[in-house]
Design a protein around this ligand. Structure first.
Ligand code: ADP
Length: 492
């Protein structure tokens, strides 16, 4: 495992010489130490990325040439799936099958953006029809410059790929700042880039603390674009900092997404997706459907089965067989979730199951799958993002009521609807004020499709061609043939 910063294709220690601990959340033991990058290291990384962008070969290559390198990065990630997935389990605590899924997805993201880089060779220029004779014009797409990517700890390598792969595909150079809670796989990207032949300075990885390394990356005047995924508070701070230099910005922030289940949904399908929507990845998912609305006629039946199934989820170490719920990311997050559960009870929400640390798992940051019923609509547990395996369920009687309840949130990342009536499902999908809507499922995410939120859930879209466009500027080039004198000053 790497422990240094990756700057200009070299492994270097932090200027301060300091390191920080990487902790396994399943037992709170330190498993590794990595360099604690600070402002001086960020400055070195940004300067390397700037030099690489301004004078290096990366942006001068054709899209097809960049695609060769990106494909090799994807291939190398795929070849190391098991090893990288185990690293992710150690770092984040997630069950191995989830980690394997993440790494396979990460390889897929590099392959997808390799294809889009290739397509840019044909798509980079578009003729524009002008309404005046003698003029021709075209729109040209160009890389935006040096991209700063600040990412969270819930899907460490996958979140890195959502920013690094499209940025590199566009011809940008990148400084990546992974979360201090999960730096391990992001550092491996340095090794993967070297093997793939990425030129000096095209990708730089600086590990370090948010208010230190993260803030200095956000503030750096040589960064042209910031891409951030994380909490609303930090995202809003980064946006304010970016405003000073009018940097381009994309933000993917929190959510409190609703899943609306109509009474014509088969009960077993409802249970499966309600559980997948909130317990997958320990509920540490920004798009988790943490508010569930069930149509009155099936409410009691769903609740009975839901509590039974949730109590059966196998909790444990991510590497143990059959485990479907690992520990939360760290003690602080565990305490935050337990406090939110206490607040929920104090507010008068009914605790249906879970609500505490599972017995026998006191050595790690575990939380039981937790279900609340009848949470008050103005309370914390119904409105605030918990980022844990905690779901609030309520009943509804009309479609209009369900839509109003789903939309009554400051967030708008995702929403889901289940119904056998396809017309109704489509109608409700359109009525949701959210950037990602699922019908008859919750959470499946595809590299090809746009990802991002309405309202306080963020700005801009990642993935698909939208993700690539985040890293492209559009320039118009307009020519005049001077067939007729312009004649403003020089009269013919
Ligand atoms: P959480 O509180 O769940 O860790 P954050 O939004 O604080 O979520 O963290 C997401 C990412 O933002 C991490 O990489 C973290 O280091 C980084 N970060 C935290 N604070 C700042 C900051 N002030 N400026 C820039 N990045 C930050």
């Amino acid at each position: 495992m790497q422990d240094k910063l990756f700057i200009n294709n070299e492994w270097v220690g932090a200027a301060s010489g300091e390191m920080f601990n990487v902790v396994d959340p399943s037992n709170n033991q330190t498993v590794h130490q990595v360099a604690k990058g600070g402002p001086a290291d960020v400055n070195a990384a940004v300067n390397a990325a700037r030099e690489a962008f301004d004078n290096g070969p990366w942006r001068q290559l054709t899209g097809a040439e960049r695609a060769i390198v990106l494909r090799k990065m994807g291939d190398e990630i795929a070849a190391r799936t098991d090893e990288l997935a185990r690293m992710e389990v150690l770092d984040n605590g997630k069950p191995l099958p989830e980690a394997v899924w993440d790494i396979e997805d990460t390889a897929g993201v590099f392959h997808f953006y390799a294809d889009l880089a290739e397509r840019l060779d044909d798509d980079a220029e578009e003729e524009i029809v002008l309404g005046m004779e003698g003029f021709t014009s075209k729109a040209v797409k160009e890389p935006i410059g040096v991209a700063g990517a600040i990412i969270p700890w819930n899907f460490p390598m996958l979140m890195a790929s959502w920013k690094v792969a499209p940025a590199l595909a566009a011809g940008c150079t990148v400084v990546l700042k992974p979360s201090e809670l999960t730096p391990l796989t992001a550092l491996e990207l340095g090794d993967i880039a070297l093997k793939a032949g990425l030129p000096n300075g095209a990708l730089n990885v600086v590990t370090g603390l948010g208010p230190d390394a993260g803030a200095s990356l956000a503030e750096h005047p040589n960064v042209d674009k910031l891409a951030f995924t994380g909490s609303v508070v930090t995202g809003s701070n980064i946006m304010a900092v970016a405003a000073r230099d009018v940097k381009a910005i994309s933000l993917e922030l929190g959510g409190k997404s609703a899943l609306v289940v109509f009474a014509d949904t088969p009960i077993e399908e409802a249970i499966e997706w309600i559980m997948f929507g909130i317990f997958w990845n320990q509920g540490e998912v920004c798009s988790a459907t943490s508010r569930v609305l069930i149509e009155e006629p099936i409410y009691d039946a769903v609740m009975a089965r839901l509590a039974e199934e949730a109590s059966k989820i196998k909790i444990g170490h991510g590497l143990d067989d059959g485990v479907l719920l690992g520990p939360q990311i760290n003690k602080a997050q565990q305490s935050k979730i337990l406090n939110a559960i206490e607040k929920g009870k104090a507010e008068g929400a009914l605790l249906v199951c879970g609500g505490g640390v599972p017995s026998g798992f006191e050595h790690g940051c575990y939380i039981e799958p937790t279900i609340f019923a009848n949470a008050p609509l103005d309370g914390l547990i119904w409105n605030e993002e918990i980022f844990g395996p905690v779901v609030c369920v309520r009943s509804f009687t009309t479609e209009a009521e369900a839509i109003a309840l789903a939309n009554a949130s400051e967030f708008g990342l995702a929403a889901a609807v289940m119904s056998a009536d396809t017309e109704r499902a489509e109608r409700v999908a359109h009525a949701f004020r959210a950037g990602i809507v699922w019908i008859n499922c919750s959470q499946p995410t595809f590299t090809e499709a746009p990802w991002g939120g309405y309202k306080k859930s963020g700005i801009g879209r990642e993935l698909g061609v939208w993700g690539l466009n985040n890293y492209l500027e559009t320039k118009q080039i307009t020519s005049y043939d001077n067939s007729k004198p312009w004649g403003w000053y020089i009269k013919g």
